[in-house]
Design a protein. Structure first.
Length: 194
């Protein structure tokens, strides 16, 4: 009886690699667990130096996990967005913020490690903010090229400002101690893009 390619792959002893480390860490994160590099290395059967060589620092790994979850969330918000021009951009931004806020794993991370979360999510120390700004800039460019938006600022500056508005409302409890107001982000972006 001949083996299928899949059967051969399943029979092989797969050596852990960076992707295996990422998948295990992502699963733990979604389960609301803290990512510990020592535990992850032990589970993979490698030393910490190897793990760090594969995935970078703990913050870099967390940033990649967060982006792997934020990217499809943003895509869903874009897919569901009604309207056009500034109304569409505001709807996308509001929906993205709501979906992130509703994700229990995301809220658990913010509660468990607020300083680290803000550093990874809102500063150059992480790559999330830059990636979301780039995605929003692309959306702005699409609306501008279709003649549906005449923005008050250059697209990159506007995308950055939109991201900062989302952050201000989404992380208000961590930044100022005030209650989060996710709908406020959409209202503020709508006012900006009128």
């Amino acid at each position: 009886m001949s083996e299928t390619p899949l059967a051969r792959l399943l029979a092989e002893e797969r050596r852990p690699d960076a992707l295996t480390a990422f998948r295990i860490a992502r699963r733990r994160f979604i389960d609301g667990r803290r990512i510990e590099m020592g535990e992850l290395a032990t589970e993979l059967g490698v030393n910490r130096a190897t793990l760090f060589r594969w995935v970078g620092s703990r913050d870099e790994l967390l940033a990649e996990i967060l982006w792997s979850l934020a990217k499809p969330t943003l895509a869903l918000a874009v897919q569901e967005a009604p309207g056009e021009g500034g109304q569409r951009i505001a709807a996308i931004s509001g929906r993205f913020a709501r979906l992130m806020d509703d994700a229990e794993f995301f809220r658990a991370f913010l509660r468990r490690e607020p300083e680290r979360a803000l550093r990874i999510l809102t500063t150059r120390a992480g790559t999330i903010q830059a990636r979301v700004v780039e995605a929003v800039e692309t959306l702005l460019d699409e609306e501008i090229s279709r003649g549906r938006l005449n923005p008050p600022l250059p697209p990159h500056d506007l995308a950055y400002l939109i991201m900062r508005i989302i952050e201000s409302f989404l992380y208000a409890d961590l930044i100022t101690g005030e209650q989060r107001d996710i709908d406020g982000a959409e209202r503020a972006i709508t006012a900006l893009l009128r």
